[in-house]
Design a protein around this ligand. Structure first.
Ligand code: AMP
Ligand code: MG
Length: 505
């Protein structure tokens, strides 16, 4: 087994992170190992043969070669309020590793002990939320959503106390990086322009090397001399913006509600991060919220793009002094990029929704067709995923146009003829497009909760995760009907009326 981590984030200096070792746990035991992800990372362990060793490595009891653990510093706006001092309070970044394409991936333990950023927290994670993150992030990956992923879940043999004791776990998170909007805010809030420049250079090297080429720089040297032109800063900001549009569009496509889009939970790489209070939408409503602490519905399903723009505006603010010493001039240069972001999102939204109804190149009038469908879904509390699955199925047999009505979608009867007329000339292509844009299965909240309940109960009794693995097998093929798919396609009987999710678990 040859794996060698590096951790050049640690080399950025003391202001960026705390060097700190994971806190060993009593009895680490490997519960979940993500073999497909391990393969991407070049980790050639075998789950059964190497289980004990993996438990040691992915609990933090032993370090993988080259690990140089750190807790990263960051700030963040939480529900609109700025908190200058967040940081990894229960996570250790072990380092990063390159895949076969040379892309580097952070390997981070979460629930691995306290750091200087822990505040009142215990540095630990309960098993339930660790399993939930694993299930949700694997589902999202399979759905084609940019996301952080989980490599392993290890139980610790120690209890974690929340409102009562729970089994403790450590989850290993893999991400293109853990650099957040809040990381930039951390230095901006401290007036530390030098560190900001370092962070931008590091981010360009790590995520946007094409910017180095564009500027005619010598890429072999990287951008590590810490000087940065205002044009480079603007290009960097544009590049970050362009990552966020596909991210939020894919959330909207599959009905994902992040639930805690604080700036510390917004990566510059455009990956979904922090699966604490997330949930999936069943019946369509733009105002859908499940998070117990989101009392003002700040992070409702339909607000996610305006919140992303708000978060990107916070990022822009950190960049002002690097764009121009005159603040008004700096604003004048950054503002058009945000305006363009909004426009590009609107265009992207039309293209994404058009694809969901089989239209490849939206034309005038398609926006109206889409908004009418959404209005019908919202008014009649139609299930978002099921509606598109039924529309897709209605095209399988061209003679079978009325299959939707048969499946009790009578409320769509006024809308259907307009849609059918629109796609009449390219039904086969429309069907194909719809199949790849409309999942037949998503990780529905009630199914996730039921699986978590049985997995935890059965684990404590006899280590049986059969139900969880069966669920994962279905979620890993969300665009195909496989054995057992039908067990996970139903809306909950109560419409998730009393479903609540939680942060900081
Ligand atoms: P989150 O709600 O997971 O985004 O976390 C917000 C902040 O609280 C981050 O700085 C976390 O590191 C910290 N945090 C959350 N849970 C814990 C915990 N159990 N122990 C220490 N810090 C925590
Ligand atoms: Mg977080």
């Amino acid at each position: 087994m040859t794996i060698n981590l590096s951790n050049n984030y640690r080399d950025l200096g003391e202001s960026f992170s705390q060097k700190i070792m994971p806190d060993p746990v009593a009895q680490p035991s490997l519960l979940l190992w993500n073999a497909p992800l391990a393969q991407v990372l070049g980790l050639t362990f075998e789950q059964n043969k190497d289980a004990d060793l993996l438990a040691q490595y992915f609990s933090g009891n032993q370090l993988l070669a080259g690990s140089e653990p750190i807790a990263q510093a960051y700030s963040g706006h939480q529900f609109g309020q700025f908190n200058p001092q967040l940081g990894d309070g229960r996570a250790h970044l072990l380092g990063d590793v390159a895949d076969a394409d040379g892309q580097r991936w952070d390997i981070q333990l979460k629930g691995s002990g306290v750091s200087q950023f822990s505040r009142q927290g215990d540095g630990r994670c309960a098993l339930g939320p660790a399993l939930r993150e694993y299930i949700m992030s694997e589902a999202m990956f399979a759905l084609g959503v940019p996301t952080t992923r989980c490599l392993a879940v290890v139980t610790t043999g120690q209890s974690v106390y929340r409102d009562r004791p729970f089994a403790g776990a450590i989850v290993t998170r893999v991400a293109a990086s853990h650099i957040r909007v809040g990381t930039f805010q951390y230095f901006a809030a401290r007036g530390d322009t030098d560190s900001l420049k370092k962070l931008i250079n590091y981010s360009i090297n790590r995520h946007f090397p094409e910017l180095l080429v564009e500027l005619g720089a010598d890429t072999s040297k990287g951008a590590d001399d810490n000087e940065i032109s205002s044009q480079q800063v603007l290009n960097f900001f544009s590049a970050v913006l362009s990552k966020q549009i596909p991210l939020v569009l894919s959330w909207l496509r599959v009905g994902f509600i992040h639930g805690v889009m604080n700036t510390d939970n917004t990566t510059i790489s455009g990956e979904t991060i922090d699966y604490g209070p997330c949930a999936m939408m069943n019946t369509y409503h733009a105002e859908t919220v499940f998070s117990s602490i989101d009392r003002n519905s700040r992070y409702a399903f339909g607000k996610q793009i305006s919140i992303m723009q708000w978060n990107m505006t916070r990022l822009a603010e950190t960049l002002l002094p690097l764009v121009d010493s005159d603040e008004d001039d700096a604003v004048a240069q950054l503002q058009p990029l945000l305006a363009q972001f909004h426009q590009e999102f609107e265009q992207g939204y039309l293209i994404m929704m058009a694809a969901k109804i089989g239209i490849n190149e939206p034309e005038e009038g398609d926006g109206k067709l889409i908004s009418e469908l959404i209005a019908i879904m919202q008014k009649n509390s139609l299930d978002y995923t099921q509606t598109f699955t039924a529309l897709t199925a209605s095209l399988v047999d061209s003679l079978n146009d009325d299959s939707i009505e048969e499946s009790s979608f009578t409320v769509l009867s006024e809308w259907l003829p307009d849609w059918q007329k629109r796609i009449a000339g390219f039904k086969t292509a429309a069907h194909k497009l719809m199949l790849s844009n409309n999942p037949v299965v998503i990780p529905r909240n009630h199914d996730v909760e039921a699986i978590l309940a049985t997995s935890q109960a059965s684990y404590q009794e006899k280590g049986d995760l059969t139900a969880l693995h069966e669920f994962l097998a279905v979620l890993r093929q969300p665009y195909t009907t496989v054995e057992n798919t039908k067990n996970y396609q139903n809306s909950p009987a109560d419409g998730d009326e009393n479903y609540h999710t939680f942060c900081g678990t």
